[in-house]
Design a protein around this ligand. Structure first.
Ligand SMILES: [Zn+2]
Ligand SMILES: [Zn+2]
Length: 431
């Protein structure tokens, strides 16, 4: 019997896992710099939360939820997105509502039962941020700028922002009706799903990916003709704000995004390295969602970045990653010294030293191998230095594996550690 990762999922192995950690670390650094604080919500929530927020007419709710009943007969769903859980937490905990607006963030896996294809997984990761409590265009500008800063921090300077407005309660119904009229007259040229969408939510049709639907979609009326003055003004202010930050921004009048809760601003961010079709992520304003979920009137905006996409987009820029080599490998000269080798490795790393912010990478054998086998292992791992235990009267033996020569013996582990640190610093300076 052999097992494989479930269809549509995959294992992230080193060195990819190390690059993932680096991307998340950069994202956390930028989120912190903008004043956004992380909230870790559960992986699953009550199913109702997603049905009510994401929307019953969306593909996500109709076809893609991972829903199960637990032993207490509760209907639970693996989170397909991060905004609804964060809004739920925002309403549940007064501490999150102390600051107005609240600036919150999340990083973690999401789950959607989608058809697996290149770069699309059933468990995928997102980095997201939400700004709750402001209706002003400045909030939209800050959000989009934050998104772009994260992209730049991970090495994607070449970014285009597409923005659109979906209107509000005053003008969106007008647009919806206009679309319904237009698409109803052309149903014979649309796919079966669209026939359903005309009834439930004709805006969804703009998001249809079926190739034969595209000519009809391309000629559909744009929202820009039906926006009310307030929405038009808002969109204009967001565009001006982004341009004043020297961001490359385009109005994309048919951009809708796949969630029902968006109002006014929606946006997508594209990296040139992924090609025109591939957004790294996007987001939008959701001025009604907090209220819809039982809270007070709270205009808000958020985004999510597809970490998988971000990883793909940065891979090409970087080339192959190297395996991190140990700074040192401790060799036990005889089997009796095996325990001492572990203890020496531990103190050379410096992980228990509170002043050490970057421990050395030091390894030792745990297989009771002979000294010569240990040397081979050290060499295969690319260890720069081998340290021999136990020490003799002159101190610890040290061998430079790269130069292939013995170094001066070191009288103590303390002196050995500072010698290793100096070497690492010198090597980094030389690079
Ligand atoms: Zn279609
Ligand atoms: Zn409006």
């Amino acid at each position: 019997m052999s097992y494989q990762a479930p269809r549509g999922t995959r294992d992230i192995l080193p060195p990819d896992s190390e690059r993932w950690a680096e991307i998340e670390e950069q994202a956390r650094r930028i989120l912190g710099a903008y004043g956004y604080r992380e909230v870790r919500t559960p992986i699953f929530e009550s199913t109702d939360l997603f049905v009510r927020s994401v929307g019953e007419s969306t593909d996500i709710v109709r076809k893609e939820l991972y829903t199960f009943t637990d032993r207490g007969d509760r209907s639970l769903t693996l989170r397909p997105e991060g905004t609804a859980p964060l809004v739920r937490a925002y309403l549940e905990h007064a501490a999150l509502r102390q600051e107005n607006p609240a600036r919150l963030a999340y990083l973690g896996p999401m789950f959607r039962y989608e058809r697996p294809q290149a770069g699309r997984y059933r468990q995928f990761w997102q980095i997201g941020a939400e700004l709750l409590g402001s209706k002003e265009p400045a909030a939209d500008v800050e959000m989009i700028d934050l998104f772009v800063s994260i992209m730049r921090a991970v090495g994607l300077p070449d970014v285009t922002v597409l923005i659109n407005s979906l209107g509000d309660a005053a003008c969106r119904p007008v647009y919806r009706e206009r679309l319904r009229e237009y698409f109803t007259a052309r149903l014979d040229r649309l796919c079966g799903d669209d026939a359903e969408r005309v009834k439930t939510n004709p805006l969804r049709i703009l998001d249809c990916k079926v190739p034969s639907c595209q000519p009809v979609i391309r000629d559909a009326p744009t929202v820009l003709d039906t926006l009310c003055d307030a929405c038009r003004e808002h969109l204009g202010a967001v565009e001006r704000g982004l341009k004043s930050l020297a961001l490359q921004v385009e109005i994309a009048p048919r951009l809708v995004r796949g969630l029902d809760y968006y109002t006014r601003t929606v946006f997508e961010v594209h990296a040139s390295s992924l090609g025109a079709q591939n957004a790294v992520g996007g987001g939008g304003r959701y001025d009604q969602l907090v209220k819809d979920l039982g809270g007070p009137e709270t205009p808000a905006i958020g985004f999510s970045i597809g970490t998988d996409r971000l990883f793909m987009a940065t891979s090409e820029a970087r080339g192959a990653a190297s395996v991190p080599a140990p700074d040192a490998f401790v060799v036990a000269r005889a089997p009796e010294a095996a325990e001492e080798a572990l203890a020496a490795a531990r103190s050379l790393r410096g992980v228990l030293d509170p002043r050490e912010d970057r421990p050395l990478r030091v390894m030792a054998d745990v297989q009771q191998r002979s000294a010569s086998s240990q040397m081979k292992v050290a060499s295969r791992l690319g260890a720069k230095i081998v340290v021999f235990v136990p020490k003799d009267d002159d101190g610890y033996g040290v061998r430079d594996m790269i130069e292939g020569k013995d170094e001066m013996k070191q009288p103590s582990l303390e002196s050995l550690r500072s010698w290793l640190r100096d070497r690492r610093r010198a090597a980094e300076g030389a690079r």
